[in-house]
Ligand binder design. Sequence first.
Ligand code: NAD
Ligand code: DAU
Length: 354
Amino acid sequence: MNFKRTLLITGGAGFIGSHVVRLFVNKYPDYKIVNIDKLTYAGNLANLTDIERKANYEFVKGDICDSGFVQSLFAKLNFDGVIHLAAESHVDRSIANPMEFVTTNVIGTVTLLNAAKENWKTIPSNNKIFYHVSTDEVYGALGETGMFTEQTKYDPHSPYSASKASSDHFVRAYHDTYQLPTVISNCSNNYGSYHFPEKLIPLAINNIKNNKPVPVYGKGENVRDWLFVEDHACAIDLIFHKGKTGETYNIGGNNEWKNIDLINLLCKIMDKKLARPDGESAKLITFVKDRAGHDLRYAIDSSKLQNELGWQPSLQFEEGLEKTVDWYLANQTWLQNVTSGSYQKYYEEQYTKR
Ligand code: NAD
Ligand code: DAU
């Protein structure tokens, strides 16, 4: 079959990447979607079982830091666009092991930029775009008031956010120096299905279900702006197709929650779903040592994306959180496979069967 466009999505076996791959494969049957993923601990092909046999989808196991592999894939498949999500994404892991973050997030991104630059020498003669998916954490931390806009100065505090800030700078440098057609988005905290259970919301759901302590860092006063992951995927679709080259778009839910308030809400939902007496799950809340360099507050102003491209989040937080809890309770096998580590065998089993 001849496809209208061939797109590379990196990190498509991860949390957000799997939602982006699913959206593009289903919505654009005339696009060929190639998903490159190294399948680190965070990559799970079981996130994509519903679309893995579609004619317009291909999975390639590979490392974005491997320049030979990346260059040869670009030469072979002639990508018309890239949506780059592959990254080390967990702040706590970046505090424990910063080098992996420098390698994947900085060197991996520059390796992809180089391949696109080399392969797209005819730029800007056609419709190519290198879309880099980034985070609000590059802007640093807010006090009690204010919001991050696209003009906010970068001020990253964790090795994770410093590596993402660096990768954003490289993307802009390739745009300005080599006229590579790029676009960047910086999004707030996502939640939803297929979220790896070391991050706050899925970790808390899993622990509450299993009557284990729910660790809340410090006093639980830190504020995050939560967005339903499928709304992020829709924003990426819109920016990929309608965003202006060289621009940055902030994406956020306009939905700020103190961690402790969020966990209390989650406990109430879990009491209802598990038919426990009111207040039972909240007894599991355990205040633990704070994260080093813990940013106090994030809040995203996404008015540029809303006004220029017409994006709006679709779900209220309470509705999205309840939907997320329902998904985790209905997908206990997925969760058990992830927590036991057996999901990492899925690749070998599925791909040797073929
Ligand atoms: P994730 O950790 O769930 O998934 C990352 C994926 O990248 C995994 O499938 C992993 O196997 C893959 N990967 C890692 N190193 C690789 C390498 N060297 N080569 C190829 N693949 C590799 O991450 P996520 O939460 O889905 O985040 C995706 C992107 O969105 C990241 O760039 C992250 O910075 C950004 N982001 C995340 C959030 C959030 O709330 N999770 C918010 C804003 C932005
Ligand atoms: O803001 C966007 C970022 O959101 C993304 O760029 C990151 O990839 C993503 O992991 C996420 O980072 P956070 O550090 O905000 O997410 P996390 O789920 O790790 O933590 C959310 C908040 O909850 C944060 O203030 C730390 C706190 N926390 C986290 C964990 C895992 C706890 O209190 N207890 C916990 O056990």
